[in-house]
Write a protein that binds this ligand. Structure first.
Ligand code: KG4
Ligand code: ZN
Length: 391
């Protein structure tokens, strides 16, 4: 089956086409359906530079950019995958009215949509998977409405897909079928910090999450305190590494919030406040001191993530550890989590760099899982954007 994935939950507008098959649960020892994915093609526009001056993602601008990007991206994707076939298509008036209703709130998109869709044949896809949450609601709606309009014109099913399930399944593209259940997924991004027990594909239970800020958000806020650019992860990681490489003396001490709470929950806003107070009391006036503060912050984050993930692995008697989300680009954290996996004799599953940040490949893959599970249960899920959607 060929699935078109659509992702607009935050500041990446992304489309991808994935070829998916699976073995039924009864065919394998693992007790879960076993999917296989291959990438047909993808196209993505990042809005990072547009949001940079605001130090974070500005929802109204994100929505406007998604609306502007979707049709050019679809054209790029269909052209590069060889799936764009020119044709003069006349939408009958009933269909035109339906599309106009679906895209009622997406004025900018509607005209470009009708114009482009009338010039191509339906491409060879079987279903559309779209992120309907969690994320920024105005941004999510653009993708959901776009997916529904395409579904109506091409007469294919539209599958509402959970963005976090996308992050959980993202390692499967390069590392097929080797996840052994139960597994623990650690999801670390700018919007989320969650520990999830994965009993099988499509079977998730959140066993811990942040009480306030996400890890990536803490990196971004601390970066602002140090006058570093957005997103804050890479510049802080670089400073911290400099401090380790050059063996700068340790100066600052920061707390490890909730490290002794003996559960899977996190709190990162206090850590950011601790950095603020440390800077007020003892300004980082030299490059060495700035690098040391970045190193101590990163060590504090790493210590907490390792302790909580260890707890989750023990709690669930996991056989695999899956890690997803933009923060796993962090080399120091990656190294420490790899050591943790080895120590616990669990297999480690981290996506390729391209799939760590938000993308539509993982949405197409998660959509396939949702579709298969839904077909087995005969259940129907309503399609609406849900900013606070949980797994
Ligand atoms: O998953 P993602 O691309 O977007 C969502 O938030 O959904 O994650 C972006 C987050 C940002 O907060 C960014 O600062 C963080 O990931 N990040 C990093 C690194 N690279 C990106 N955090 C720590 N170290 C990094 N090397
Ligand atoms: Zn994400």
């Amino acid at each position: 089956m060929r699935i078109l994935g659509i992702e607009t939950s935050c500041d990446e507008t992304a489309l991808a086409i994935v070829e998916a098959t699976h073995q039924a649960a009864s065919d394998n020892k693992n007790g879960s359906l076993e999917p296989h994915f291959s990438l047909v093609g993808d196209a993505l526009i990042s809005q990072i530079d547009i949001h940079k001056p605001y130090g974070g993602v500005f929802p109204a601008i994100a929505k406007r950019e998604h609306a502007k990007n979707l049709i050019p991206l679809l054209h790029t994707l269909l052209t590069k995958t060889g799936l764009e076939k020119s044709a003069a298509i006349t939408l009958d008036s009933e269909l035109k009215t339906k599309v106009a209703q679906i895209l009622e709130r997406e004025h900018d998109l509607l005209n470009a949509f009708i114009e482009y869709i009338s010039t191509i044949e339906k491409p060879a896809i079987d279903a559309i998977a779209v992120t309907h949450g969690p994320g920024l609601e105005p941004a999510l709606w653009v993708g959901v409405n776009f997916a529904q309009a395409l579904g109506a014109v091409w007469n294919v099913p539209v599958i509402p897909t959970n963005h976090m399930e996308g992050h959980i399944i993202s390692p499967l593209l390069s590392n097929q079928s080797s996840v052994l259940f139960p597994a623990v997924a650690l999801l670390i991004s700018g919007g989320h910090t969650e520990l999830v027990e994965v009993a099988g594909w499509g079977q998730y239970r959140i066993i811990g999450k942040t009480q306030d800020d996400a890890v990536g958000e803490a990196y971004d806020k601390v970066a602002r305190l140090l006058d570093l650019s957005y997103p804050g992860g890479p510049p802080i990681a670089a400073l911290a590494q400099k401090s380790r490489d050059k063996k700068y003396p340790k100066h600052y001490t920061l707390p490890r919030p909730m490290i002794t709470s003996n559960d899977g929950n996190f709190s990162f806003s206090g850590l950011k406040t601790a950095v603020l107070y440390a800077l007020k009391k003892d300004p980082a006036t030299t490059p060495e001191l700035r690098a040391d503060l970045a190193r101590e912050f990163e060590d504090a984050v790493t210590d907490v993530l390792i302790k909580k993930t260890q707890w989750a692995l023990e709690q669930t008697r996991a056989n695999s550890l899956i890690i997803g989300g933009g923060v796993i680009a962090n080399t120091h954290l990656r190294r420490n989590l790899a050591t943790l996996a080895t120590k616990n004799s669990v297999s480690l599953h981290i996506p390729d760099q391209k799939l760590t940040t938000d993308n539509a490949i993982m949405i197409a893959m998660a959509g396939y899982i949702t579709l298969i599970n839904r077909m087995e249960n005969n259940s129907v899920v309503s399609l609406k954007a849900q900013g606070n959607l949980s797994l």
